[in-house]
Design a binder for this molecule. Structure first.
Ligand code: NAD
Ligand code: TYD
Length: 350
């Protein structure tokens, strides 16, 4: 039985990866390591928590001794590392939390894996999940490829860029088998409602203003989370040692067009008259250092490993809205906690 450590498995993307691996590979034991920060939620995994090939480990990757002890106890064969502080706005108000988890936490995992694997690296793999934001900001044209120079501009993207460099350094210096993937913006079920799409779904549902930063002209390339999880599965099993793969939706939207689309879908689902939800759109003060455009060239992944996104955006956004409307309790549990404090602090200043 292969033992796979998935970090950050109680978060948005991690929970979909944990579910996919636990269900697809009964011959793997999946260890989900998560500190359960504000973004971690075991409710995301209720449907699989009883499976015999799944174990939850509550631990913080910034705790080096704990990481070493867990590698000694379990002898993991592979790591899929998703645990991170992931929200740009929070990185602007508290950069140090991002340095600690995203950089120091990654080094702790690399050290623990290196110590555990150093005598025999055969069939071991450290797979680091990263973001397209490490490449910086595009103008009107062009796409990020795997060879685009790193140019991170927020504390979040800088901390992720640092962790990518460190993972490559352990490959070159210690011979650790690694792969890295850099993905565009994800959306779908279970995303914490601090990110644009679930925040807007929640506000539209509750007839609250939808805050659009600046003029809403910034562009993101959106990918349905399950398609990201499918790409991670492919890369984990077929990616070449030492390589990087870009993952993207070929699906660029300005924020304002995206929100209009979302309002249109929600008007229909909620039985509101056409245009009613769009009246909630409110332009607010821009994010500091707001990256203009992200867009991914995923040709390497498509041509080498045969990956394609399975969903069109129209279908994905409907599925996402349906999920949030059907999972009121999940959403209410979040917005009744510290979320309100966070929201008031972030948005009253805009
Ligand atoms: P998320 O914020 O929803 O989840 C992060 C998870 O990590 C949470 O469960 C949290 O409890 C856990 N965590 C945080 N700090 C920890 C620590 N110190 N020790 C242990 N666990 C800790 O994030 P997400 O959106 O699911 O992103 C997952 C990964 O994918 C991140 O590495 C992120 O950089 C990357 N990524 C995200 C996107 C996106 O659009 N969301 C796109 C590309 C890449
Ligand atoms: P976000 O979901 O935070 O992802 P990222 O910053 O990692 O791309 O934001 C997506 C886009 O939406 C980004 O251009 C910022 C913008 N945005 C808003 O306009 N209003 C909001 O309330 C939020 C959270 C984001």
């Amino acid at each position: 039985m292969k033992k796979i450590l998935i970090t950050g498995g109680a978060g948005f993307i991690g929970s979909h990866v944990v579910r996919l691996f636990t269900e697809t590979y009964p011959n793997y034991h999946i260890y989900n390591l998560d500190a359960l920060t504000y973004a971690g939620n075991l409710e995301n995994l209720k449907d699989i928590e009883q499976k015999s090939n799944y174990t939850f480990l509550k631990a913080d990757i910034t705790d080096a001794d704990k990481m070493n002890a867990l590698f000694t106890e379990y002898n993991f064969d592979g790591v899929i590392h998703l645990a991170a502080e992931s929200h740009v706005d929070r990185s602007i108000s508290d950069p140090l939390a991002f340095i600690k988890t995203n950089i120091l936490g990654t080094v702790n995992l690399l050290n623990a894996a290196n110590e555990s694997w150093k005598d025999n690296m055969d069939n071991k793999l450290f797979y680091h999940i990263s973001t397209d934001e490490v490449y910086g900001s595009l103008g009107e044209t062009g796409l990020f490829t795997e060879t685009t120079a790193y140019d991170p501009r927020s504390p979040y993207s800088s901390s992720k860029a640092s962790s990518d460099h460190l993972v490559r350094a352990y490959h070159h210096t210690y011979g650790m088998p690694i792969v890295i993937s850099n993905c565009s913006n994800n959306y779908g079920p279970n995303q914490f409602p601090e990110k644009l799409i679930p925040l807007s779904i929640n506000n539209i549902k509750n007839k609250k203003p939808i805050p659009i930063y600046g003029k809403g002209e910034n562009i993101r390339d959106w990918l349905y989370v399950i398609d990201h999880a499918r790409a991670i599965d492919l890369i984990y099993h077929q990616g070449k040692n030492g390589e990087t793969y870009n993952i993207g939706g070929i699906n660029e939207w300005t924020n304002i067009d995206l929100i209009h689309k979302l309002c249109e879908v929600m008007d229909k689902k909620l039985g509101r008259k056409e245009g009613e939800s769009a009246e909630l759109i409110t332009f607010v003060k821009d994010r500091a250092g707001h990256d203009m455009r992200y867009a991914i060239d995923a040709n390497k992944l498509t041509s080498e490993l045969g990956w394609q996104p399975s969903l069109q955006f129209e279908e994905g956004i409907e599925k996402t809205v349906d999920w949030y409307l059907a999972n009121e309790e999940w959403l209410n549990n979040i917005i009744s906690g510290d979320y309100e404090k966070y929201y008031n602090k972030q948005y009253s200043e805009r």
